[in-house]
Design a protein around this ligand. Structure first.
Ligand SMILES: [Zn+2]
Length: 207
């Protein structure tokens, strides 16, 4: 009887251990978030009158950085000021960060001035990227109520060359008057940063 109950105990322990191991290997675990503010320096990105993408992207990146660090999450910024960083340098920073996920922040433009809304691109090289992109897009839709342009696969250098879960988020169209008004509002940029942080936290918990 004693032996049977001991065996049962050991079996349960082994089962618990194997479940924990399975969870650990399938979990979307990462130790750092690489925050990539698009463009910088002579590369101003999209612009409209005197509003440039490089400034707005850096502002969202800083807000996201603050938010994540307040949650105890380690971060690395590919740039923390207005300077040029090449696309391959950005990927190198991402890979050097080790066990990380990569979030690139951009503002959009289109010839057609009526184009507006938010969209998230993902890298097809990493199986978790699409899931992260979906979480980012839905958190951002929830926070901003912007037009949903969807989650898409793209071959942008910072995504296609990245081995880690990597996404690129387009915050708003600078070529659309109502989107531009939102982009210029610090509250909107804060909402985007909070949505990105929410998605990161959800992604880590999702396994
Ligand atoms: Zn851009």
């Amino acid at each position: 009887m004693m032996l049977q109950s001991r065996i049962r105990q050991i079996t349960q322990t082994l089962l618990a251990l194997s479940c924990a191991l399975q969870a650990a290997t399938s979990a979307a675990d990462f130790s750092r978030v690489v925050i990539d503010a698009g463009h910088g320096g002579h590369d101003r990105g999209a612009g409209f009158s005197h509003t440039y993408e490089k400034h707005l992207a850096l502002d969202v990146a800083r807000r996201l950085d603050l938010y994540l660090r307040s949650q105890g999450i380690n971060t690395t910024l590919t740039r923390d000021r207005d300077k040029f960083v090449s696309l391959s340098q950005r990927v190198a920073i991402s890979h050097a960060a080790g066990d990380a996920i990569f979030i690139s922040i951009h503002f959009n433009y289109a010839r057609r001035r009526s184009a507006l809304g938010i969209e998230t691109f993902y890298n097809a090289r990493n199986a978790n990227s699409r899931r992260l992109a979906q979480m980012v897009q839905s958190a951002a839709l929830y926070k901003t109520r912007s037009r949903n342009r969807g989650v898409k696969h793209a071959r942008f250098h910072v995504l296609s060359q990245n081995r880690q879960p990597a996404i690129l988020f387009e915050c708003a169209f600078l070529t659309n008057s109502s989107d531009r008004r939102r982009a210029l509002d610090p509250l909107y940029r804060q909402r985007i940063a909070e949505a990105l942080a929410m998605a990161v936290i959800k992604f880590r918990a999702s396994g």
